[in-house]
Design a protein around this ligand. Structure first.
Ligand code: GTP
Ligand code: MG
Length: 195
């Protein structure tokens, strides 16, 4: 369980990374998919990570301490935000690549996908990249509340097929509107953080 969560700092690049041995799990996904909402949900703090109906709200890496040093959650900016300039996109790609490839504290990723949508090229590229780096991934399908019953399994299959899902990863469907059973998510996070 997450009993304590606290924002530590934001960083635009490696000069802002924290110099210690605490393990990190990075939350990634398309802009507006619900990353920040999910972090608030998991930590039971409504205003921990900034949520917005305007995509592109999160622009830096945001570091959160969990359970007084047990591990850290890192909230990343979303990708695929159409109003972003090319220069901003390049800066974002550099920041994320450097963090994902070179951050020794990083033990795994939580990648969020919208359950209503077929993953696009950006999603495929990110998942492939994480797999190339041998990072275990917890895939979180968000906005379950928006699906009809008969779409749930169909959409999960489409997402897994499109991403070329690695069977050793986890896939968990959630809604940030109604808090369901988050135990599998906690267990998954702890397993990654203690790896
Ligand atoms: P960026 O910071 O721009 O990358 O976005 P984000 O992925 O952090 O998304 P955020 O949590 O800010 O949520 C974006 C919008 O989606 C907000 O209006 C949320 O209220 C809404 N939202 C998030 N999760 C859910 C969900 O499970 N169901 C529904 N219906 N809406 C959601
Ligand atoms: Mg966000």
């Amino acid at each position: 369980m997450i009993k304590q969560a606290q924002f530590i700092k934001s960083a635009a690049g490696r000069e802002g990374w924290i110099d210690d041995q605490i393990n990190e799990i990075c939350f990634l996904g398309r802009s507006n998919v619900g990353k920040s909402s999910f972090i608030n949900n998991l930590t039971n703090k409504k205003k921990l990570a900034k949520v917005s109906s305007t995509p592109g709200k999160t622009k830096l890496l945001n570091f959160f301490d969990i359970n007084n040093g047990q591990f850290r959650i890192v909230d990343a900016p979303g990708y695929g935000f159409s109003k972003t300039t090319l220069a901003e996109k390049q800066q974002f790609a550099r920041m994320m690549e450097d963090y994902l490839m070179n951050r020794s504290n990083l033990k795994g990723a939580v990648m969020l996908v919208d359950l209503r949508r077929k993953p696009n090229a950006d999603d495929q590229q990110l998942y492939n990249f994480l797999k190339q780096l041998n990072l275990p991934v917890i895939l979180i399908g968000t906005k379950l509340d928006k699906l009809k019953k008969n779409e749930i399994n169909k959409n999960e299959k489409l997402i897994k097929n499109t991403l070329n899902y690695d069977q050793s990863d986890k896939f968990i469907k959630i809604s940030n509107l109604n808090k369901g059973d988050l135990m599998p998510v906690y267990q998954g996070l702890i397993a990654l953080a203690e790896r």
